[in-house]
Design a protein around this ligand. Structure first.
Ligand SMILES: *Cc1c(COP(=O)(O)O)cnc(C)c1O
Length: 851
């Protein structure tokens, strides 16, 4: 029988235990082991099965709850835990100290809104598909730990991303279990009347899309999730938040309109109702929620007499855009007609001219609206997610800043990080952290207890590997039951994998560039590595393919067919349904974390960071974060055949290098033991990884960078643009008008290198540069005239340049002294750039005049 309707009956919690509800609804328990211990102590077996405090409260027998309500020891522990949470939520932390020290130099924003299409906080709230979502979750958690007042905003999907299983012949099968928000750690945001807050956005044809708002508490950070499955929405509109990354362009644009415009309205109303400070800075994790900038322009235009351009400068000042795509094909785009369809009648954003909307998303192809271009035009600050990805992004988007060298394109980078307390095995924190058990939480790497020995760490590594082996066996058996095997024929799953064999993990989404099947390039070599008598390796593979990606599913099937072979299946396994709960075992239990994308298509990659924090060594192509952090002794770099254009030949070369590394370096090092059975050489790499990568791969480092280099300067600029009824924005808009008028006539008339004496020039010699500039009526203070010096090649193109601002000496003459930075053939030039206090980068307006 199927139910016609579902509903949730809440448990009756005895008054004495009311504190448990507070502990269960704040997701801090997901990274706070003592809170988990408390719930486990209520019913250990039950907790081990469901691992979710909120579900504990509904599933635990009422009799046991009554017993606990009389248990003085338990009550005291509960009180203590509640007090600890209360302290965590209110005490001043890093951000509050920063505000105290830095508050007069920068404006320290009272709140920052962080928009993302997915948030992976914990499997108990399945609202993510992979890396992007988990990063968003880690961002919120680290922000919470640091006391950074971030509010998360995004959609709540009724069927999340899919759950993966396999058919008998190894084909991916997708399931969409529907969630019940009432059973999740969420609270409905309500009006004072008790009615749910409804966010409304206009849809074409006079319709309206409504969404209610669920709040998850991620430590100190509220996470607002919009849900369109509400009465009063037409059926098709109810389904706007049905699934993550499902459906066609029309479905996607509705989701993105909801996330950006609806999301902004949700934050505003939430802050009004709760007294939470309104955000001053708006950060979009990838471009999907970019429409939020338009809603902010809409707000400003609705509140006063400003032009769109005046409003735009205030919006830009407060927006931070993080791009995650290293390929143009990965950029989110819509047909212009579709955008016109939603914005064209002017009801969605009554104060914004639809033509301005379309212009913001313009790209080379006049038929397409480009969300990344809009993101960059609406955000004064933009960044990629690793140093390499920053460079790649500057190249991809260079066209938006014509006249500037690629290095000067105003897109910087903040390398991603991962939330230590979420990803580090508790046993590892306890061993390395000594008494405070806090290793991996926010440390600088010096926090490792110096008395820990190789033997102790090696024993722990084995324990974590054994846990993984047990999990592999359990999941392999379950997967085969789902594929239709009977329990009787599955005895072998109890014997697969070995807690003493070198264990390699490879788990990720399955787009082509990640090359799931690279390890199968030469199946015989792989087989030989797995089955080596002396030095075997075992490999755990996992990953989901996008449901519409048949190619990806075929790759999974190839892997599954290989691992199904009875000869190798004790050493290699494909585990279906990669997600946070499986990931945890993998990152902790593997010895080697493998990553072999096609360089430079991996923007950052974060799974290897989570592995590193647990003493697992990385074996990776030098792509994403590994390009910047590989140091020769913290893991291995698979050499890339960068110049080779034939992809198959490239795969052959890189796969061969991978087999060589595994067979000739990695396995020998792992199995080279001292008298006590400890691999000394291996352990020295593990220690080096923990010490050096430990501090740098953490989300706390990432969030501090965002605060110091993005949020604070952005808030300072917002204040400058907005004060006195946007006097700053208005003046800036006038400046831009002046610039537009004059710029075509601005010219460098003449340049001169003074004090030139060919025989005396050495590196460091000071020379003077003088230039005469026709400012076409602009004021000297409106521009930055720069002398640029650098190396020249055959083409006279300058590179490795250094630039110095020149001082006006009157009548359009500018002068400066500069030291020659390099030996060899040098050249110099002079250029004129806009200058204004509301510009974050001189390239921002895309204007430059060269001599
Ligand atoms: C960290 C994480 C990812 C991202 O890993 P990549 O290295 O970026 O591929 C994906 N899925 C889950 C469940 C994760 O925890």
């Amino acid at each position: 029988m199927r139910a016609v309707r579902r509903f949730t009956v809440h448990a009756r919690i005895p008054d004495q235990l009311a504190g448990l509800t507070a502990l269960a609804t704040n997701l801090r328990w997901t990274w706070h082991p003592p809170t988990r211990d408390l719930f486990a102590s209520m019913d250990n077996a039950l907790f081990r099965r469901i691992r979710d405090p909120l579900r504990m409260l509904t599933e635990i027998p009422a009799g046991r709850l009554e017993e606990l309500a009389r248990d003085e020891v338990f009550l005291a522990r509960t009180r203590e835990a509640v007090e600890d949470l209360e302290r965590y939520l209110t005490e001043p932390r890093w951000y509050q100290r920063l505000a105290a020290e830095d508050g007069d130099r920068h404006r320290v924003p009272a709140a920052i809104a962080y928009f993302s299409m997915e948030f992976g906080v914990h499997e108990a709230l399945p609202n993510y598909s992979g890396g992007l979502g988990v990063l968003a979750g880690d961002h919120l958690k680290a922000a919470s730990d640091l006391g950074v007042p971030v509010i998360g905003v995004g959609p709540l999907y009724r069927a999340g991303y899919f759950r993966q299983s396999l058919s008998l012949d190894g084909w991916q099968v997708e399931h969409y279990p529907v969630i019940d928000p009432d059973g999740l750690p969420l609270e409905l945001v309500t009006e004072p009347s008790g009615e749910p807050v409804l966010v409304r956005v206009a849809m074409p044809g006079g319709r309206e899309l409504r969404a209610q708002i669920w709040k998850a508490s991620v430590g100190r950070a509220p996470l607002l999730l919009l849900d369109t499955d509400v009465d009063g929405n037409d059926d098709d509109l109810r389904r706007v938040t049905d699934r993550l990354y499902g459906g066609d362009a029309d479905h996607r644009i509705r989701q993105e309109i909801l996330a950006g415009i609806g999301g902004m309205r949700a934050v505003r109303r939430y802050c009004e109702l709760t007294g939470h400070p309104q955000p001053e800075v708006f950060h979009t994790n990838e471009g999907h929620a970019g429409f939020l900038g338009l809603e902010r322009a809409n707000e400003i235009l609705g509140s006063g007499e400003l032009s769109f351009d005046e409003a735009l400068s205030a919006v830009r000042a407060g927006t931070v855009f993080t791009t995650h795509t290293p390929v143009s094909a990965g950029i989110d785009r819509f047909p212009v007609d579709l955008v016109q369809h939603y914005f064209g009648d002017g009801r969605l954003l009554p104060h914004v001219d639809p033509r301005r909307v379309l212009a913001l998303g313009a790209e080379d192809n006049p038929g397409m609206f480009n969300m990344a271009h809009m993101g960059l035009r609406l955000a004064q600050r933009a960044n990629g997610v690793s140093a390499l990805h920053g460079r790649v992004s500057r190249r991809i988007f260079a066209g938006l800043w014509p006249g500037f060298d690629v290095e000067e394109v105003p897109i910087r980078s903040v390398t991603n990080g991962v939330h230590g307390p979420t990803w580090v095995a508790r046993e590892m924190s306890a061993l390395l952290g000594g008494n405070d058990e806090e290793w991996g939480h926010d440390g600088d790497g010096s926090g490792i207890d110096p008395s820990v020995t190789d033997e102790q760490l090696w024993a722990l590594r084995r324990e974590l590997r054994s846990n993984l082996v047990a999990e592999v066996r359990r999941r392999a058996r379950e997967a085969w039951l789902q594929r239709g095997a009977s329990a009787l024929e599955l005895g072998w799953t109890e014997r697969i994998f070995d807690p003493d064999v070198l264990t390699v993990g490879f788990a990720r989404r399955v787009p082509t560039y990640k090359r799931l099947t690279l390890m199968l390039r030469d199946p015989e070599r792989l087989r030989a590595l797995l089955l080596d008598e002396q030095r075997p390796i075992q490999i755990v593979v996992a990953g989901k393919s996008h449901p519409a990606d048949e190619g990806g599913k075929a790759l999974i099937q190839q892997i599954v067919r290989f691992v199904d072979d009875p000869e190798v299946r004790q050493r290699i396994v494909f585990l279906p349904d990669y997600g946070m709960s499986m990931a945890r075992y993998l990152y902790r239990g593997c010895d080697v974390w493998l990553n072999n994308p096609t360089r430079p298509l991996e923007a950052c990659g974060t799974s290897g960071m989570k592995a590193a924090l647990n003493g697992c060594l990385n074996l990776s192509i030098r792509d994403g974060w590994w390009d910047e952090y590989y140091d020769g002794s913290n893991g291995w770099a698979i050499p890339t055949a960068d110049g080779v254009t034939d992809p198959l030949q490239r795969d052959d070369l890189e796969a061969a290098a991978l087999y060589d590394l595994l067979g000739q370096q990695i396995a020998p090092l792992f199995y080279d033991r001292d008298a006590n059975g400890v691999p000394k050489g291996w352990m020295s790499m593990v220690w080096h990884t923990l010490r050096t990568l430990g501090p740098s791969v953490q989300a706390s480092r990432m969030v501090r960078e965002y605060v110091e280099s993005y949020y604070l300067p952005a808030a300072t600029m917002v204040a400058a643009a907005g004060e006195n009824d946007y006097a700053g924005s208005r003046e800036f808009a006038r400046y831009r008008d002046r610039l537009e008028m004059a710029w075509p006539q601005v010219r460098v008339l003449d340049t001169e290198l003074l004090g030139e004496g060919a025989d005396t020039l050495v590196v460091g010699t000071e020379v003077r540069v003088r230039a005469t500039v026709d400012l076409a009526g602009l004021d000297e203070s409106d521009v930055d005239v720069q002398a640029v010096v650098g190396r020249v090649g055959d083409t006279d193109d300058l590179h490795d340049t250094v630039h110095v601002s020149m001082k006006p000496t009157g009548r359009g003459v500018f002068e400066t002294a500069l030291r020659l930075p390099h030996a060899g053939a040098l050249g110099y030039t002079v250029r004129v750039l806009p200058r204004h206090r509301l510009l974050a980068s001189p390239a921002e307006l895309g204007k430059v005049v060269l001599a």
